[in-house]
Ligand binder design. Sequence first.
Ligand code: PXL
Length: 261
Amino acid sequence: LNGRLPRLLIIAGSDSSGGSGIQADIKTATALGVYAMTAITAVTAQDTSGIRCIYPIPPSIVREQIDCCLQDIGADAIKIGMLGSAKIAETVADVLECQAQGKPLVLDPVLASTSGTSLLDPAGIEILKSRLFPLATLVTPNLPELELLVPARDPNMILDMGASAVLLKGGHGEGESVTDFLITREGTEAYKKPRLTTPSTHGTGCTLATAIACGLASGHSIHEAVAIARDFVQAAIESAPGFGRGRGPLDHMHSLQARSR
Ligand code: PXL
C-alpha cells in the first residue's frame, strides 16, 4: 500500500440501533484506520431486542453504489454482510464477477438476526452458495449458519463450493472457551479464547468479519487478519457500554484515545 490509507467496500444492511450491519462495519473500519465505503442493501428498523421491519433497497441502486465505489475510489478489500433477498444477492454477484475477481472478499453469510428474524430466503442462500462462495477469500459462518448452508455440517464443503477459506465461529457453542476454526486447503487452525458471559453480543459477527476484511485490506495474511480481528472483538465485548434492554452493542471505539467525555 506504500503508506496509503487502506480502502474497504462494505455491502450490507443498515441497523438503526447502530450495533450491527453497516453501522458496526463503518465504526470498526474507522477504529482500525481503514477508509470505509458502503453499498446499502436494506434498511432495518431495529433495537437491541429485535427487528421491527425491513425495507429492501432496489437491486439497481445496490449495483450503482458498488459500481460508484469500485470505479472511482477503488477498494483493497470487500466485506459482504446482509443481502436480504435473492435478487440483491444475484445483482451483487453480477457486479463482483465483472469488477472484483481476485480481490480479497470476506463474506459473512448473514441468514438470520440474533433475535431470529430471517434475513435471507432459501433462493438467496442458493445464490450465496453458487455465485458468491466462488468469489470469497473467506466465508465466516457461525454454527447455526453452517447447518443452514451445509446440512451435513462439514465446513470443507464450503471450500468445495469455491471459497478459499472458512472461519467456523464457535460463539454459539458451549463451554468455558470459544474456539473458531480457520479452514483452508492447507489445513485447519484453531483460535481459542475464554468465553465472555455477557448480554452484549449484538453485531459480533458483523464486527469480526469487517475487522478481518480490514486486515486483508491492510495487507495482512488471512491468519494474521483473523487473529487481530478476534482480539478486536474480544476487547470490544469487554468494554461494551451495556445499552438497551436486549442484546446490547459492543464498544467499537475501545481502542481510540480521543473521546469527547
Ligand atoms: O447480525 C447480522 C445482521 C447483519 N446486518 C444487519 C442486521 C443483522 C442482525 O440483526 O440487522 C443489518
